[in-house]
Design a protein around this ligand. Structure first.
Ligand SMILES: *Cc1c(COP(=O)(O)O)cnc(C)c1O
Length: 413
């Protein structure tokens, strides 16, 4: 054998006896079969073997299993972003003529996906007000195939009555898919939460998780997952996932696996800091409203308490009232101009101007709610609005940063 061939046909065999805290990064497009009959018999659907890198490696299978553990699911598929995971559910389950329902305060790119891409393929959508379950009941039609759910709403964090919404969907025999990025498997178990009105409540059919947020925790990985307890849906999702050519890289999967052991602690620490910042913000006259599910005056606070105070998915939360993630919305008094709100954001030093959340660095984004909502209550749309994502900094430093940026409102214009 010539040296150039020997470099390729080397004698490396993965060590069987090597054990350490972290799983190896297995990367592959090609996966070797021992003989032709094994190649012909390949079956990647039930994970009994490896067939091709796109369909899974020991690293990605391990991540799928841990995510199932986290969310209480049976099956998982991984996608290159949270948005790709949202898209995948639609692509796998819908056909031309179907209709989907989306909460008006849903993650905005899901709305764009429906308005442009799904519409082109003859899949229609309607919005419903998640804070009024009766509007969902009125909107479901014979064409409705899938109802999207999100708790709390993106950006404005109103907390809907999830069990009530689910009961409506289930009584109409409509599939449900929850964007579970906020709950993350920590705040409540998406496939098995208790519903005081229905002891047989089985939870949602599908959960989508932007692993980009808490599971990554570093602000450095983009990934998403779709999980389910239903064998029939899992098969449909996996076949579609294969046909669409989705997969994730081994290095990225390993980064998420490395962060998962600390996720519960990070979630709770960021949650605690976020409440400390929220409590301080409630004292500031510049803010007309502080939106955070654990704040008693925040829309849907009671629904948050009912859902998240019950058996939490991962042990006891730091707060007896339940877990509440690390997002916080601030609505400024309408006497402040948008330019002042922008100046406030620009003056923040520790809070960086950036999208995404749940990483170590606190972030701020100003939003123009009027352009984002079809049906929100008028009160919510008045005044400038910013969303804070609380990171892992000392919360007192974050409060000091907010205080120095707020000083600009005390100066004459
Ligand atoms: C970030 C986010 C997504 C999308 O995740 P990406 O990985 O950024 O595509 C979906 N839903 C919610 C609620 C999110 O916060």
């Amino acid at each position: 054998m010539k040296p150039d061939t020997a470099l390729i046909h080397h004698g490396y065999i993965a060590p069987q006896e090597f054990q350490s805290p972290q799983i190896a990064v297995h990367k592959a497009s090609s996966v070797f079969f021992p003989n032709v009959s094994a190649m012909r018999d390949r079956n990647w659907l039930d994970k009994t073997g490896y067939t091709y890198g796109l369909h899974g490696t020991p690293t990605t299978f391990t991540l799928e299993e841990r995510l199932c553990q986290l969310e209480g699911a049976k099956h998982a598929v991984l996608l290159p972003s949270g948005l790709a995971a949202l898209a995948q559910v639609n692509l796998a389950l819908l056909k031309s003529g179907d209709e989907i329902l989306i909460p008006d305060n849903a993650y905005a790119p899901l709305k764009s996906l429906a308005e442009v891409e799904l519409a082109r393929w003859g899949i229609s959508h309607q919005y419903y007000d998640p804070m009024h379950p009766e509007t969902l009941a009125q909107t479901i039609s014979p064409q409705t195939r899938l109802v999207w759910l999100e708790v709390p709403g993106s950006v404005t964090l109103e907390f809907p009555d999830l069990p009530a919404l689910l009961r409506i969907c289930q009584s109409h025999g409509v599939l449900t898919a929850l964007d579970n990025t906020w709950g993350a498997g920590v705040a409540f178990p998406p496939f098995n939460f208790c519903d005081a009105a229905d002891p047989h409540q089985r939870g949602v059919d599908i959960s989508v998780h932007a692993l980009t947020k808490y599971p990554s925790g570093g602000g450095d990985v983009l990934m998403g997952s779709v999980t389910t307890c239903r064998d029939d849906l899992a098969k449909t999702l996996k076949l579609s996932h294969m046909r669409l050519g989705y997969g994730v890289g081994g290095n990225d999967a390993e980064l998420v696996l490395r962060s998962l052991p600390t996720m519960d602690m990070r979630y709770k620490a960021q949650d605690a800091s976020c409440r400390q910042v929220a409590a301080w913000c409630l004292q500031q006259p510049a803010f007309a409203q502080v939106l955070h599910p654990a704040v008693a005056t925040s829309p849907g606070h009671v629904h948050w308490r009912d859902l998240c105070a019950q058996a939490p998915a991962v042990d006891a939360p730091v707060h007896p009232g339940g877990a509440a993630a690390s997002l916080l919305g601030l609505r400024f008094h309408s006497r402040f101009k948008q330019s002042q709100v922008d100046d406030f954001c620009n003056r923040l030093a520790l809070f960086k101007l950036a999208f995404s959340w749940a990483g170590p660095i606190s972030l701020v984004v100003p939003y123009e709610l009027k352009s984002m909502r079809q049906m929100a209550k008028p009160a919510l749309l008045e005044g400038g609005y910013v969303r804070l994502s609380i990171g892992l900094e000392n919360p007192q430093d974050l409060i000091d940063d907010l205080a120095q940026a707020l000083k600009l409102f005390h100066q004459p214009n």
